[in-house]
Ligand binder design. Structure first.
Ligand code: ADP
Length: 213
């Protein structure tokens, strides 16, 4: 395990490719009383109407990035920064520290003995640096494709393009401290998660004890 500056509270990073079963696994941890922080929700919250980040973004890009109801038009903003690397790095410098700060605040205010950060792009966005261990939900690319197509009613082409933009199965597995194989029916997950829960409780206790010495 890597030594990281993660405070005394134990943090688990949960990731996996699209359709691997992250949300399903996260729900199983939540059912055990564990605080789950969703990186996508935090990323939207930091640009909510009234936030200083949204005020800075609309001052920088103009009202064209706001929808009629004052929300950030994320698709429009994506289009603009796609073609402008300076604007993209300005935006990242604005948002990334805020997103991290919000995530850490939520993770460490958890009452549960450890907390889980669920992030599709945990490795791609280097959020693994914020957690003590990485838990990967793993299925074959074929299973990812068929489960995502069924869930989202999307074409194979669209799902494949999203998969291609994410890191590979091998890269993800290389970064994993623990792996949940999610090829089996969902009924098998509860037992797997319960087993990991016991391990994480132990690791959380050890980390807390170490921080107190
Ligand atoms: P992710 O959050 O990684 O994109 P989800 O948890 O949404 O993935 O799972 C993708 C889809 O596959 C969902 O419709 C979910 O209900 C289904 N699913 C998850 N685990 C299993 C499983 N073990 N067997 C069959 N379907 C599953």
């Amino acid at each position: 395990m890597h030594a990281k500056q993660t405070g005394s509270h134990f943090r688990v990073g949960l990731t996996g490719g699209i359709g691997s079963g992250k949300s399903t696994v996260a729900a199983a941890f939540a059912a055990l009383g564990i605080t789950v922080v969703d990186a996508d929700i935090v990323a939207r919250a930091v640009v909510a109407p009234g936030s200083d980040a949204l005020a800075q973004i609309s001052a920088f890009f103009g009202p064209q990035v706001l929808s009629a109801d004052g929300q950030l038009d994320r698709a429009r903003l994506r289009e603009i920064v796609f073609a402008d690397t300076d604007a993209k790095s300005w935006l990242n410098q604005l948002l990334h520290p805020r997103i991290r700060q919000h995530m850490l605040a939520q993770l460490d205010s958890a009452i549960s003995p450890y907390s889980v950060l669920v992030a599709p792009l945990l490795l791609e966005n280097q959020l693994n640096l914020l957690v003590d261990i990485v838990l990967v939900v793993d299925v074959s690319p074929e299973t990812q494709l068929s489960r995502t197509m069924q869930r989202d009613q999307n074409s194979a082409e669209l799902v494949q393009s999203i998969m291609a933009a994410q890191c590979s199965r091998a890269e993800r597995l290389a970064a994993a401290h623990y792996v949940i194989d999610n090829e089996a029916p969902p009924a098998m997950l509860a037992g797997e998660v319960a087993k990991l829960h016991r391990i994480f409780l132990q690791l959380a206790e050890e980390k807390l004890a170490k921080s107190l010495t």
